[in-house]
Write a protein that binds this ligand. Structure first.
Ligand SMILES: Cc1ncc(COP(=O)(O)O)c(C=O)c1O
Length: 390
């Protein structure tokens, strides 16, 4: 039995995570949404529409999109083949040559690369705002600005933006706001409820949560989605039904996973903050984080992403990394297992050394994606690795 989305609207997050979008198998009574692998469907079909994977209307695709919409509190969602497909589809939907986009300077390296190298090739101009002050963002908006693009907490220094204030500023000027909600997840933050127009996700991360899938998602109002849908159908970054199934399965446990992620993130941040071999910790849940006040207002919890500067040179930081046992030295984030990386070598490698320096990303900065293991084991692991610093 499919639960009507309206019936679920008043229900709690975990209930929506389990039930929203779910389609029972009418042939067998199986409780999970079946994987519909066909790429060829009879015309006319039972619903009178042409069904095709690139049109995003296979039931397995629709089920997971409906779940994401229910969790973000949006009217409509689409799932695509990566987080970057979600982000680039939004730019392609609303920007044309001569248009202008304003972005925060602190962004995931791939998004930075897209905006710095690819958008100009399409004749779209960009302005980067180096601060978190809404007035600076407002000053950057011009008559040709179409999109204000934001990420909070940002990758990798966890900078926090006041989403309500920025949504107000942009709406006054007729500019669409887009927020990458990958780090926060809908468990910790709902940008649409704060007035933001479009939410994008790298579903590769927490939404799926098991580091075995690459996917993305877009959530927004129906009228805006029509434009985005046109781009997705035309350029074709659809998500296979097999991957949709995995994503839907992963999302059913999002709330319980995030409970443990949030608890572990806070514990590890406090542990590192008090560690004699750590120079600085970047975690919005710490009272000494410059964005803590805003984060406490707009987030329900602070997540499990954090970065820190070990009190040593780059070569020794490399040894710290090599000594870690539970934190695997891997790119990506948001899975049940803890990961560690040097953003300068991974997420922000596409940037030049000068660009990284301007962002405050040193070669020894270590980013942690704290998993759901027992926090005591993770702290012990970090402690023995940091002992490499003499
Ligand atoms: C915050 C953020 N947004 C977007 C992306 C891009 O996602 P994907 O790798 O699924 O394309 C990433 C990838 O690391 C990310 O960290």
């Amino acid at each position: 039995m499919e639960h009507a989305t309206d019936e679920l609207k008043s229900k709690g997050f975990s209930t929506r995570a389990v039930h929203a979008g779910n389609v029972e198998d009418v042939m067998t009574g199986g409780v999970n949404t079946p994987i519909f692998p066909s790429s060829a469907y009879r015309v006319p079909g039972p619903l009178g529409e042409v069904v095709y994977p690139r049109y995003q209307n296979i039931p397995t695709q629709r089920a997971v999109a409906e779940k994401i919409a229910a969790l973000e509190g949006g009217e409509s969602a689409l799932v695509v083949s990566s987080g970057m497909a979600a982000i680039s589809s939004v730019f392609l939907a609303f920007c044309a040559p001569g248009d202008h986009v304003v972005l925060q300077r602190d962004l995931y390296g791939g998004t930075h690369h897209l905006a710095a190298r690819e958008l100009p090739r399409l004749g779209v101009e960009t302005t980067w705002v180096p601060s978190q002050d809404p007035e600076d963002f407002e000053a950057a908006l011009g008559p040709a600005t179409r999109i204000l693009y934001l990420e909070t907490p940002s990758n990798p220094l966890m900078k926090i933006l006041d989403l309500e204030a920025l949504a107000r500023v942009a709406r006054r000027r007729g500019v669409l706001t887009v927020v990458d909600n990958t780090f926060a997840t809908p468990v910790n933050q709902n940008p649409l409820a704060l007035g933001i127009d479009i939410v994008v996700h790298s579903g590769t991360k927490y939404l799926n949560g098991h580091s075995d899938l690459c996917c993305g998602a877009i959530v927004t109002r129906r009228d805006l989605m029509e434009r985005i849908y046109g781009v997705v159908a035309a350029y074709g970054p659809s998500l296979s039904p097999y991957d949709c199934y995995l994503l839907e399965r992963g999302m059913k446990t999002l709330a319980v996973r995030m409970r443990q992620h949030n608890e572990n993130g806070a514990k590890i941040a406090a542990f590192l903050d008090g560690h004699p071999r750590v120079r600085q910790v970047y975690y919005p849940g710490l009272a000494n984080h410059p964005g803590h006040h805003i984060a406490a207002l707009q987030m329900r919890a602070f997540g499990a992403m954090l970065s820190f500067e070990p009190d040593c040179d780059t070569a020794t930081a490399q040894v710290v990394m090599e000594r870690l046992r539970f934190f695997k030295p891997a790119v990506s984030l948001g899975g049940v297992e803890s990961l560690a990386c040097f953003p300068a070598q991974t997420s922000h490698a596409p940037l030049s050394p000068e660009e990284r320096l301007a962002l405050g990303i040193s070669d020894s900065l270590i980013r942690l994606s704290v998993g759901i293991e027992d926090p005591e084991d993770l702290m012990e692991d970090l402690d023995q690795a940091l002992a490499a610093i003499g």
